[in-house]
Design a protein around this ligand. Structure first.
Ligand code: CTP
Length: 421
C-alpha cells in the first residue's frame, strides 16, 4: 500500500492507449490510492465512461455542464473543486491535441480547464503515432510544458497500434504506477493532500521541541554504541507539527535525513549532547510541547579512549565502565513550568504485550501521553503501527505511513494541549 491516502485525478483523452489506463486505475487502488477519472469526449470514444466508473467506484466527469456536479463537490464547480482534494493530475493517454491545448493554455474541455485551474502537480503521459510525436510542433509543445514545470512521463518506444514502430507509445501501466510511487510514495516525503489540511493550524504559534534518531556513544576513535533508529518517525512528526503551525525545534541524533520545511534543526551525537541541546533550547524559550522520539542510549562508556582499543594488546570490553546517561524526557518533565511531554516507547514483543506495558510505563515516566511501537519491526521502515496511551487508556492506530501517523498524533496532542494549557 505505497499510495495510501493519496488521491489522483486521472485524465483520459482520445487515444487507443486508454484501454491501458483501465489497468492503471485498478493498480492505483491496489496501492491504497483513490482515483477520480475525468475524460474528454474523444476519450470516451475509446473506452466508455461506464468502464472507468465501475473500475474507480466514482462517477466519471466528462464535461463541466453534464457532469455529476449536483451529486459531486459542494459548490458545483468541478473545474475548481476536483483538484482541491487531489495530490496530482495524471493525464494518460495525453493526445497531441491535448498537449497542444495545455501548452498554449487553452481550455476547450473540463480536463484542460482542470489543468489550468490547478495548484497541484500535473503529469502527462503522451500517447500518439510516432510521426505525430516527432513533429516539431509537438516537440515544441513538450519543451514548453517542461519549462512550465509539467512532468512528462515517456513516451515509450515500440510497436504502435497503427502498425508502425517508433517513439510515441504510452508508458505501460506498471511504469506509470512506478512513476507515481516515486513521486508520491512513502519515500517522497510529500504530505498527503487529504491528511495535511486536517492538522493545518491546530498548533498555531505553539513552540514544540522534538528529539529524533539514535544517539552514538563513542568507545574509542573507531567504535561506539548506537541503535537502529532511523529518525524517520521523529522527522515526520517535526514536519507535521510545522504544518500544524508550530514553531518546531528538532534535536537530531546522527541520521541521514533532510530537514523538514520550516523546522529549526540542531544535530548532536551523544545522549549528553542531546540532553544539553534540549535544555539550552528550553532555557532560551520555554516550549509548549516536548516530544521525545529519540532512541537515546541509556548508557555510555565512562570515557572515550584516545587510541583504538587493541585486542592484540589484551584490551577488551570488560575494562569499560558504563555510566548512565541523563533521562532527557524525565529532565524536561521535571521543569517548572513543564511543557506537555510526550514519550515514545520502542519495545520488542507483540501488540498485546504493548497494551499491557504502556500504561505502567506512562505512569513511571510521568507523561500525559506515551506512544508505543514494536521497534524491531519498524526501524528504518516508511510505515509504522503505533499505540497511543493516555489517562483514558490505549488506542491502536492502524498501520499507515509515518507521516500519516505523525499527523494523527499531532491532532491527538493538539486536543491534549488544549486541556493542558
Ligand atoms: N528517553 C530520554 N532519555 C533517555 C532515555 C529515554 O529522553 N536517556 C526518552 C525516549 O526519547 C522516549 C522515552 O524516554 O521518549 C522512553 O524511552 P525508553 O528507552 O523506552 O525508556 P526507558 O526508561 O529506557 O525504558 P526501558 O526500561 O524499557 O529501557
Amino acid at each position: 500500500m505505497r499510495l495510501q491516502h493519496r488521491h489522483f485525478i486521472i485524465g483520459i483523452t482520445g487515444g487507443i492507449a486508454a484501454y491501458k489506463t483501465c489497468e492503471l486505475v485498478r493498480r492505483l487502488q491496489d496501492e491504497g490510492a483513490t482515483v477520480q477519472v475525468v475524460m474528454t469526449e474523444a476519450g470516451t470514444r475509446f473506452v466508455s465512461a461506464l468502464t472507468f466508473q465501475a473500475l474507480s467506484g466514482r462517477p466519471v466527469y466528462t464535461d463541466a455542464w453534464s457532469s455529476p456536479a449536483a451529486s459531486g463537490p459542494a459548490n458545483g464547480m468541478p473545474h475548481i473543486d476536483l483538484t482541491r482534494e487531489a495530490d496530482a493530475i495524471l493525464v494518460a493517454p495525453a493526445s497531441a491535441d491535448f498537449i497542444a491545448q495545455t501548452a498554449s493554455g487553452q481550455t476547450p474541455t473540463l480536463l484542460s480547464t482542470l489543468c489550468l485551474a490547478r495548484d497541484i502537480p500535473l503529469l502527462i503521459a503522451p500517447a500518439m503515432n510516432r510521426q505525430m510525436w516527432q513533429q516539431p510542433a509537438t516537440q515544441r509543445n513538450i519543451e514548453h510544458l517542461k519549462k512550465d514545470g509539467i512532468d512528462i512521463l515517456g513516451p515509450g518506444s515500440g510497436a504502435q497500434a497503427c502498425g508502425e514502430i517508433g517513439d510515441g507509445r504510452m508508458r505501460e501501466p506498471e511504469e506509470l504506477l512506478a512513476d507515481l510511487i516515486a513521486r508520491f510514495g512513502p519515500d517522497a516525503g510529500i504530505p498527503a493532500a487529504r491528511t495535511a489540511p486536517v492538522i493545518r493550524g491546530v498548533l498555531q504559534d505553539l513552540s514544540v521541541v522534538i528529539t529524533a534518531g539514535p544517539t552514538f556513544e563513542p568507545i574509542d576513535p573507531v567504535r561506539g554504541i548506537t541503535n537502529r533508529s532511523s529518525g524517520k518517525m521523529g522527522f515526520a512528526i517535526a514536519e507535521a507539527a510545522a504544518l500544524a503551525g508550530a514553531q518546531v525545534t528538532l534535536i537530531a541524533g546522527p541520521v541521514h535525513l533532510p530537514t523538514p520545511l520550516g523546522v529549526h534543526r540542531h544535530d548532536v551525537t551523544t545522549a549528553q549532547e542531546m540532553h544539553d541541546a534540549v535544555m539550552r533550547c528550553l532555557d532560551a524559550q520555554p516550549a509548549d510541547i516536548f516530544i521525545g522520539v529519540a532512541a537515546v542510549a541509556d548508557w555510555r562508556p565512562d570515557k572515550t579512549r584516545s587510541g583504538k582499543m587493541k585486542k592484540s594488546e589484551g584490551q577488551g570490553l570488560d575494562e569499560i565502565s558504563w555510566v548512565e546517561n541523563p533521562d532527557i524526557l524525565a529532565s524536561v518533565a521535571r521543569r517548572s513550568p513543564a511543557p506537555l511531554c510526550v514519550g515514545f516507547a520502542a519495545e520488542s514483543g507483540s501488540i498485546s504485550g504493548l497494551e499491557l506495558l504502556l500504561p505502567e510505563k506512562r505512569v513511571r515516566k510521568q507523561v500525559p501521553l506515551l506512544v508505543g511501537n514494536i521497534g524491531a519491526d519498524t526501524f528504518g521502515e516508511d510505515s509504522n503501527q503505533i499505540m497511543l496511551c493516555d489517562a483514558h487508556g490505549t488506542t491502536l492506530l492502524p498501520k499507515a505511513s509515518k507521516f500519516d501517523l505523525a499527523c494523527q498524533l499531532i491532532s491527538h496532542i493538539a486536543s491534549q494541549q488544549q486541556s493542558h494549557s
